[in-house]
Design a protein around this ligand. Structure first.
Ligand code: SAH
Length: 260
């Protein structure tokens, strides 16, 4: 397998770039690579490049950028608004939602949110790792946490909010999203909002459901855990309103001759 690295530096053919400590550690100690070995590089803005290890020292590495492999493409403009969960559940959610092509994470505190602390650096590190492993060319944006009231007060009203509502009136998600697909008024800016493990308060659901930019949806007869609910909604979103019809980039070698 050719290591694929996110580096927050400018990339262009012929450039020699410095791998940060994390990337150098990964190449040397995790992947056990040496000078001359191939790598893929992306910076979230300029596509993906082929390259090779030019120098490898005890602390750092430098990488030569050889050719553009894929031009930049972005993910659908969908935010995931989620109430912070326990550490392991947040790690899981960030990794999987990044794989599913979320554009941004918006942490939101609700009445029944049990966790008040959220490590944004850890969130960012998980998102970088998932983006590296999933052929993404962008990193998801990680937005500053907000209380639900503030988030709704400042909401950009042209961005439609798909509310995962465990109670009250809600159309089945597939039906609701198919109906939105046909509506001329949408601006192709979307968000999904999921409640915490403790669920939404009744008053929160009432308030949210009455906002003009909100579409309440149901995810079936079972009560899902918050991470399952968020990922389910995102997967259905991608298949109906997102990029679910696209295929992964073609492998460079025919299948069967791919390196491990
Ligand atoms: N403790 C709550 C459930 C919370 S589930 C209770 O017992 O009612 C966590 C969140 O996942 C919910 O707030 C909701 O946003 C979402 N969710 C879970 N199951 C759902 C379903 N069947 N339909 C829609 N949303 C659901």
């Amino acid at each position: 397998m050719i290591p694929r690295l996110y580096l927050p530096v400018d990339l262009k053919e012929g450039a020699v770039v410095t791998a940060d400590e994390r990337a150098a550690h990964y190449l040397r100690n995790v992947m056990r690579r040496a000078v001359g070995d191939p790598v893929y590089l992306f910076n979230g803005r300029e596509g993906e490049f082929s390259g090779e290890i030019a120098e490898m020292g005890k602390r750092g590495a430098s990488l030569r950028v050889t050719a553009l492999r894929r031009p930049q493409i972005s993910v659908p403009d969908v935010w995931l608004c989620f109430a912070p969960l326990k550490k392991d559940a947040v790690d899981f959610l960030v990794e999987k939602a990044t794989e599913l092509g979320v554009a941004a994470f918006q942490p939101v505190f609700t009445q029944h949110t049990a966790t008040t602390r959220l490590n944004l650096e850890r969130l960012q590190a998980n998102a970088v790792e998932a983006a590296e492993q999933t052929e993404r060319l962008t990193l998801p944006e990680i937005r500053a946490p907000k209380g639900l009231g503030d988030l709704m007060r400042d909401w950009p009203v042209q961005r439609r909010l798909i509310l995962c509502a465990e109670a009250g009136p809600a159309a089945p998600i597939a039906e609701a999203l198919s109906a939105l697909k046909g509506s001329v008024s949408n601006s192709n800016a979307w968000a999904i909002l999921c409640g915490p493990e403790g669920g939404f308060a009744r008053s929160e659901l009432d308030l949210l459901s009455n906002l003009p930019f909100v579409t309440p949806v149901g995810l079936g007869p079972r009560i899902l855990r918050a991470d399952t609910a968020a990922l389910t909604a995102l997967a259905v979103f991608q298949s109906i309103l997102g990029d679910g019809a696209q295929r992964p980039p073609a492998p460079l070698l025919p299948i069967g001759q791919m390196p491990d």
